[in-house]
Design a protein around this ligand. Sequence first.
Ligand SMILES: C[S@@+](CC[C@H](N)C(=O)[O-])C[C@H]1O[C@@H](n2cnc3c(N)ncnc32)[C@H](O)[C@@H]1O
Length: 258
Amino acid sequence: MKSVHASVQDQFSQHADYYAQSSVHAKGNTLNVLLDFADPKGTEQTLDIATGTGFTAFALAPKVAYVVATDLTPVMVEKAVELAREQAIRNIAFSVAAAEALPFADASLDLVTCRLAPHHFQDVRAFLSEVHRVLRTDGLFCMTDSVSPESERLITWQNRVETLRDNSHAYGYPPSQWDAMITDAGFSLERTAHARNAQISFLWWVRPQKNPPEVVQEIRDAFAELSPEEAREYYTVQAEGDDFYFSWPTYTVKARRR
Ligand SMILES: C[S@@+](CC[C@H](N)C(=O)[O-])C[C@H]1O[C@@H](n2cnc3c(N)ncnc32)[C@H](O)[C@@H]1O
């Protein structure tokens, strides 16, 4: 079986141009919440982990001293380098690196961010331990990601559906498990925010050009298994002809390294 890292690299190597043009990733309200939580003062040596094509790193660059942007997928990093050059961003550097093995010295950074990526990580505890290691004492860690609801049934349901659609999905934890893991890794939680991403078209999201019809049908059937209350409350499902729109819950955390 392929490792999670290999699946991530396969998946994202094919989608660098799509991500570079995705308004969900370019803007999305998770970016504003993350920037608000980070509240940079202009002096921070910053690391953006799993930067993708660089949206979060580019938004941080004018607000901090320096940003290093890392990602596991070389093609995504190449695209981010190209975009940074086009936008004439000078206080930025890039590196291909796994979130679970960061190529930085202990206590060398003031701020670490990570947006819409940890659900792809092979080993979230190793990621948190690395963030703790590279941050100085009292440094800030700000993270935002899609999460599962606090329900055993829906944790299983959501991870099954996400993995069916995209085998680079590793695991979406519920907020309570994130809180426990972040605290166990040596951080104090300062702020948290629950929100959701924008309504997504099922027919767009399920990538019919990539996933075979039987997989698309299996995912559609899985949505039909939700009770009307689950569909409405947790996933804001709204029917529209052959299609339907839905959203995932998101969670943002501001944590200080102890
Ligand atoms: C949705 S994109 C990230 C979006 C980006 N953070 C932003 O704000 O626009 C997810 C990224 O996570 C990266 N990734 C997945 N697993 C990783 C890991 N273990 N270490 C580092 N990067 C990883 C992928 O290569 C991909 O570029």
